[in-house]
Write a protein that binds this ligand. Structure first.
Ligand code: HEM
Length: 325
């Protein structure tokens, strides 16, 4: 718990400024999870038609700082903003930890890019709330698509920061991540707009996003670790599934006029996503030559202590955050 000053084996003394449990890996992971809930909440906000609530005011909401705390459009919209503010601080914190921590340049860049996208996201959110509803064409496709795309990009960047600052997992980890992805894709498919089994209600849309994004996190993990292990068939299948999931997420919103043709295209993409994930699992099960990592020495794992450097993606990672030399 206490801060510690640690004279390592290196001739230079390393001072750790954070408690032991506060690692970039954990912080970024929690932030990514919170971002996921924020995105799902955003979808719920849009689906309930609360996007133009708060009497087109921002940052106030219907002349109030805090609206009535009951489930009503003002509250839904306001809560999305407040949650976004909290998550925004967490994203800034992630970048701060990555900045001072002993992490690779790419990990740091990903964390900083997530922060740089924040003002843009707030801008599109604010435009939606205020002038979007007042000018012709303001509350339409472009702002919605931009808000959606930036949200998914921030989530992906946070996922990459989490993965690159954590343990490099081997075959078992990849299979586990793919198992989780398949397990989550099934309820997501049931709730999907492409398969009209259930009513595509605001609640269903929020849950669909939560399941689909969690499945996406599993796929991203599997893709990342298979790239590190140079398991190219697993990696390629994960990539196809990720692209399919991305398209599925977009088609689940009102970015296109959802005609029967779009629904057929959507259903095909959902099927491809599922099949590609199952194929990745199949390849992971039949590939026996992936290097297995050795157990961690202490604290979070360090991928480079586990395998030779592959050079793919983020090659260096450190478990402990806030380390200055
Ligand atoms: C990191 C910050 C944020 C993230 C990740 C995020 C994410 C999202 C997502 C994914 C949606 C659903 C869009 C869709 O239906 O396709 C949404 C909707 C919405 N967001 Fe955000 N948001 C963020 C910040 C904000 C902020 C700061 C505001 C307001 C100032 C805001 C206002 C809105 C509004 C009004 C909607 C509903 C749009 C509609 O009715 O279609 N968002 N948000």
């Amino acid at each position: 718990m206490a801060n510690r000053i640690n004279s390592s084996t290196s001739p230079v003394s390393v001072m750790t400024l954070c408690p032991d449990w506060l690692t970039l890996h954990r912080f970024a992971g929690v932030t990514a999870a919170l971002t996921m809930t924020l995105i799902s909440l955003g979808v719920y906000t849009a689906a309930t038609g609360s996007g133009l609530a708060c009497q087109a005011q921002w940052p106030l909401c219907s002349d109030q700082l805090i609206p009535a705390l009951t489930i009503n459009p003002d509250f839904v919209e306001w809560f999305h903003r407040v949650w976004a503010m909290f998550v925004g601080f967490m994203i800034i914190g992630t970048a701060g930890l990555a900045w001072v921590g002993d992490v690779s340049k790419k990990t740091r860049l990903a964390a900083v890019a997530a922060v740089l996208l924040l003002p843009l996201q707030v801008f599109f959110g604010a435009v939606t709330v205020t002038i979007g509803g007042l000018i012709p064409g303001g509350y339409t496709l472009v702002t919605h698509a931009a808000h959606q795309l930036i949200a998914l990009t921030i989530f992906t960047l946070l996922g990459l920061v989490t993965l690159s600052s954590g343990p490099g997992l081997g075959l078992d980890g990849i299979r586990w991540a793919l198992g989780v992805a398949i397990g989550l894709l099934l309820p997501a498919t049931l709730l999907s707009r492409a398969l009209p089994l259930l009513t595509y209600s605001p609640g269903a849309q929020g849950w669909f996003y939560l399941f689909a994004l969690s499945a996406g996190a599993g796929l991203l993990g599997a893709a990342f670790w298979s790239a590190q292990r140079e398991a190219s068939r697993v990696f390629r299948a994960c990539l196809v599934a990720l692209v399919g999931l991305f398209v599925t997420l977009l088609l689940s919103r009102d970015i296109v006029l959802y005609t029967a043709t779009w629904q057929s295209i959507h259903l095909s993409v959902v099927t491809i996503t599922l099949l590609a994930t199952i194929a990745a699992m199949w390849f992971a099960r039949t590939t026996g030559t992936i290097q297995q990592p050795t157990p961690p020495v202490s604290g979070d794992w360090h991928p480079l202590s586990l395998t030779p450097e592959s050079g793919l993606f983020f090659s260096r990672a450190a478990g402990s955050a806030c380390t200055s030399v």
